[in-house]
Design a binder for this molecule. Structure first.
Ligand code: SF4
Ligand code: SF4
Ligand code: SF4
Ligand code: FES
Length: 606
């Protein structure tokens, strides 16, 4: 790649070096010169609409928006002087007078409203224009966030992030003059939108209180919160989180822009589901009496387990774990494995081969942005791996990558696909059409899920690889396996056998004792209980111990229940689909008497 030509400009008397093509704002920022902005957001295209970032060019009477003006070699710019400050204050006064910015009643009046900050910065102690006091609608129909048009400054950051990062273009701007408004789809609502993925990127991008998270509203001021950097464990993409907490509860969650995996983006599961959706926690150990589960101390629970296990031979016992456990807990499982007749990890149908095949290439997910063809085989990333789906949509929509989707189920990716075929009827697919579509491809990526491990999926994968290999000028395809559970590949690598069919696994040898580590499975491990044969077999086992964060039908059926720490209470590491070992930082102290999985296991066998 040819390095861009360097240019030198002067900003506020300071010589600044930058690259040809960079804007005045980019060069000023890189050289530590502050220029106020409102509609500009790094990682998004420039819009140049708010006029807060105006600068003067020596010799010209005009001011120009620095975020949208490419710097010219040898030019002298003024970014901060009295005239510019007056003009910026005037812009702010107009913005404040246009809509209803009544800060004390705004959920974003907690230290991160950029409009308010600019008001203070520019000494805006009064507004010299008449307030319009519009009575605009407030859309509270969305599941996690709301849009109050009365606080919107029409900066279009939400519109651009929805289009350029999430890649769905749910939002746009409609109407003219003072009726100008952000609209959802064709002037609908968030609640009725079938394009909005609830990723919350628009909320994170909004510089005012127009878009706000419902669960976070009035929970606490962000500028008085502790901020902890950790990893989302809802799926194996492993996005970076910035978790804001106060008094041992989560106030709000944002994407971590320093994350090499997600670059600040999140999906609805990572941003909201883990904390904004109430779940019934298990807060202390419990032992079943004749009538119900009765709270006991840890000592009593561990003593009871030791008493029961003491009467049994190891072959009559088994340990079944969730793939969501940390790498450290997986090692603890491997250490205690000899004390059990058998040890397994429950995984989704057709996923064991995916777990055992190991992780994909490092930088695999980021390489999607350079891919010129993406094949999605037997996976539904829009449903299961939201941020990866956003990367695929962007590669297709913005960089014109080809998309080929082979799956039995419909997904939103279908509408972007050059070829879309049902995996079960692939025998009838016109393979020459596929070959034609992949003919001149140089940097292909193959994203494959559990259905690619079925006999038909394996046949299709082999055919696709054969077609790709027949093109001599292409690079080897980047392979991105997509198991649905967070850490299944690392737990399998620690030596824990993946188990798809739990019923035959349980039935293979008569068990008297089964310890299930459901960990922080969102359903408390209930998915095990859903299958009737498993339910029947569990009922036959004398003692079922369930270690879980949340109550479920499974815990209701257990003889002993142990409270496990949830994602925000754990420390350690998890390994993502690219093989990156990502840190998990404990954000909150565990609720009640909950303990981390590895610690509980250690205490069980000590
Ligand atoms: S939540 Fe995501 S998809 Fe929905 S409007 Fe906002 S940015 Fe777009
Ligand atoms: S809702 Fe927020 S981000 Fe969107 S245009 Fe209005 S102020 Fe800007
Ligand atoms: S894509 Fe996966 S890791 Fe990323 S935020 Fe969504 S659930 Fe979490
Ligand atoms: S930040 Fe440059 S015009 Fe808005």
């Amino acid at each position: 790649m040819i390095a861009p030509k360097q240019i030198t400009v002067t900003i506020d008397g300071q010589k600044c070096v930058g690259d040809e093509g960079q804007t005045v704002l980019q060069i000023a920022t890189a050289n530590h010169i502050y220029i106020p902005t409102l509609c500009y957001l790094k990682h998004l295209s420039s819009w140049g609409g708010c006029r807060m970032c105006i600068v003067e060019i020596a010799g010209s009477p005009k001011v120009v928006p620095s975020c949208a003006t490419p710097a010219v070699d040898g030019t002298n710019y003024s970014a901060n002087n009295d005239r510019l400050r007056q003009l910026r204050r005037l812009t702010l006064e107009l913005l404040f007078s246009e809509r209803n910015h009544i800060c004390p009643f705004c959920p974003t009046n907690h230290g991160d409203c950029e409009l308010q900050q600019q008001g203070y910065r520019h000494g805006m102690d009064s507004v010299r224009y008449p307030y319009l006091y519009p009575a605009l609608p407030v859309d509270t129909s969305g599941e996690y966030f709301a849009l109050d048009h009365n606080r919107c400054i029409l900066c279009t950051r939400c519109v651009r992030v929805c289009d350029e990062i999430e890649g769905v273009h749910t939002l746009d701007v409609a109407f003219r003059g003072e009726k100008n408004r952000v609209v959802v789809d064709l002037n609908g609502t968030f609640g009725a939108s079938d394009t909005c993925t609830n990723c919350g990127a628009c909320v994170a991008a909004c510089p005012t209180g127009a878009l706000f998270d419902k669960a976070a509203a009035f929970r606490g001021k962000l500028n008085t919160c502790q901020v902890v950097r950790t990893t989302c464990t809802e799926c194996p993409v492993g996005c970076g989180l910035l978790v804001f907490t106060k008094e041992n509860r989560i106030v709000e969650v944002f994407g971590d822009h320093d994350s090499k995996v997600s670059l600040g983006h999140l999906c609805a599961r990572g941003r909201y589901e883990t904390w904004a959706v109430p779940r019934e926690r298990i807060v202390q150990p419990m032992i079943r009496t004749i009538h119900a589960l009765k709270p006991v101390s840890w000592q009593q629970a561990l003593r009871e387990i030791a008493r029961i296990r003491g009467k049994l031979d190891a072959t009559q016992t088994a340990l079944l774990v969730s793939p969501r456990i940390t790498n450290e807990a997986a090692k603890a499982v491997a250490r205690v494995a000899a004390r059990f007749g058998k040890v397994g990890m429950f995984v989704a149908r057709d996923e064991s081969a995916l777990c055992e095949a190991g992780t994909g290439a490092l930088e695999g997910t980021n390489s999607l942005s350079n891919a010129d063809a993406i094949i999605v085989l037997g996976a539904q990333p829009s449903r299961t791996h939201g941020v990866l789906a956003a990367k695929i949509r962007n590669a297709v929509r913005r960089r014109r990558a080809k998309l080929l989707v082979f799956h039995a189920h419909k997904s939103d990716l279908d509408q972007h696909a050059d070829i879309c075929a049902n995996i079960v009827s692939l025998e009838h697919v016109f393979w020459d059409r596929v070959a034609e579509a992949l003919k001149n491809v140089k940097r292909p990526a193959l994203v494959y899920g559990a259905a690619a491990m079925t006999p038909i999926g394996v046949t299709v994968m082999a055919r696709l690889i054969q077609i790709l290999e027949s093109n001599p000028s292409r690079h080897a395809p980047v392979l991105i396996p997509l198991p649905t559970s967070t850490n299944s590949q690392a737990v399998a690598a620690a030596g824990v056998e993946p188990v798809e069919d739990v019923a035959p696994w349980l039935d293979a040898q008569p068990l008297q004792y089964l310890h299930i580590i459901a960990s922080d499975e969102p359903d408390g491990g209930a998915r095990l209980f859903e299958e009737k044969p498993v339910r029947v077999l569990l009922e036959r086992i004398d003692c079922v111990v369930v270690q879980a964060s949340y109550q479920s039908e499974l815990t209701e059926a257990a003889r002993i229940v142990l409270p496990a720490a949830m994602w925000s209470e754990k420390s350690g590491t998890v390994t993502n689909i690219e093989g990156r070992e990502l840190p998990l930082q404990s954000v909150l102290t565990p609720r009640g008497e909950a303990r981390e999985d590895a610690r509980i296991l250690g205490e069980l066998v000590s």
